[in-house]
Every structure is written in structure tokens, then in C-alpha cells.
Design a protein around this ligand. Sequence first.
Ligand SMILES: Nc1ncnc2c1ncn2[C@@H]1O[C@H](COP(=O)(O)OP(=O)(O)OP(=O)(O)O)[C@@H](O)[C@H]1O
Ligand SMILES: [Mg+2]
Length: 223
Amino acid sequence: MSIIELIQIDKKYNEGRDNEVHALRGIDLMIEKGDSLAIMGVSGSGKSTLLNILGCLDKPTSGSYKLNDHNVAHKNASELAKIRNQTIGFVFQSFGLIESDTVYSNVKLPLLFSDKYKGKEVKNRVLDIIKQVGLEGNENKKVKDMSGGQQQRVAIARAMVNDPDIILADEPTSALDSNTSDEIMKVLLDLQKKEKTIIVVTHDINVAKKMDKIVSIQDGIII
Ligand SMILES: Nc1ncnc2c1ncn2[C@@H]1O[C@H](COP(=O)(O)OP(=O)(O)OP(=O)(O)O)[C@@H](O)[C@H]1O
Ligand SMILES: [Mg+2]
């Protein structure tokens, strides 16, 4: 079964104004549960726009988006926030971590907005996921005192802690050297073995080649 089904997705920024940008044009995309997919394309081609729509961070101008068989294209902001919290984990290029805080607090954050884990389960879950990304023993370290690769592992742990079905990553390795990049990809692909669906935006063909499928986008069209 497809976990994601996009049909004829269009996205216009500043619609009807002089500065209108037609960022996505008729995107059709099916993604199966447990698949890994790379999205490639030059700067400005629409990759982040597509990822934002997939992640329910933004809405398409037109078209249909089915996520887990629910039509999400026209839901309101609070409904989208709920779907996002339950279904999707995000890993961004700039990590988006609170640098002055500990690894433990950063990873715990999404659980404050969720009721999947309660009471004592919260601590166990946070410690378990920190272990899964290879950072056991670093729980009380401040994020700002860690290397780029370690910080990216923290970001992945935070994206996974709520046990989402889908992980979306925008250039997750672009700030890292090639060895560290390989390690981070290994962490992401290990997730896929746990039946997660992984979608990665990348400029790096070596990263893309590790995924099951590659989709190329040019001027808002899948080619
Ligand atoms: N919030 C916005 N308002 C107006 N135009 C935008 C907005 N965000 C993106 N765009 C435009 O939409 C087009 C696609 O942008 P997008 O950010 O999706 O590209 P990208 O493929 O992610 O590029 P990069 O590789 O540089 O991150 C570009 O022309 C961009 O200028
Ligand atoms: Mg982008």
C-alpha cells in the first residue's frame, strides 16, 4: 500500500501577484511504506517546497495528497499539526537543535507535544533512541560541545523519538565530511529496516544511490 500518494500537486507562491512563483507543476508521486527515496535537483527546482508539502508544513495550491489513506491537502493548520506530530519526523540541514541544552532534553522535546509515551516510559524511550543512534553515554552533554556528525545523530534521534512512520530529511549530510556523511546515512538506512519510510533531499549522488529510488525534479516537474 502507498503511504504517500500525490496527484497533480501544484504550488504557487504569491499567487496572482507580480512576484508569483510556480514552484511545483503537476507532481504525481507514490511512495510505498518502508521505501527509501532520494529527491535530487538543482537549486531552486522545488525540492524543499515538495518536502514541506510532504511534511504537512505547507499546503499545495491544488492537487490531492493522501497520507496513510487520509486526504490531507485541505486540512486546517491544527489538524495538520496533529497529523505531523503523529506521523512524521524531520531532520533538517541546520539540525534545528537547542545548542545550549543537553542531548537528553533535545531528544525529549517532541514527546512533550505527544501522548504516545507517558510517565516513566518517556525516560526509557529517550534513552533507548539515544542508544540506537550510537550516542549512549552522551545524554548529559550539551549539543554545542559535540561534533557535526554527533549533532546530526541527535537530530535524527529527535526525529525518531515519537516513532513516526515517515522520516523527512533536507540535506542531512551537506554540512558533514564524507566519512561522517556515510555514518549518518547508515543510521538513516538502519531505520528503514525498521519499516520506516525515508525521504531525503540531497545534492550528493553518493547519498542518493544508497536509497531504493531516486526522483529528479527540474523547474517544479518530476523528470
Ligand atoms: N516562501 C517562498 N516565497 C516565495 N517563493 C519561494 C518561497 N520558497 C521558495 N520559493 C521559490 O520557489 C522555487 C523553489 O524553491 P525551493 O526552496 O523549493 O528550491 P530547492 O530545490 O529546495 O532549492 P535549494 O537546493 O537551493 O534548497 C524557487 O524559485 C524559490 O525562489
Ligand atoms: Mg531547498
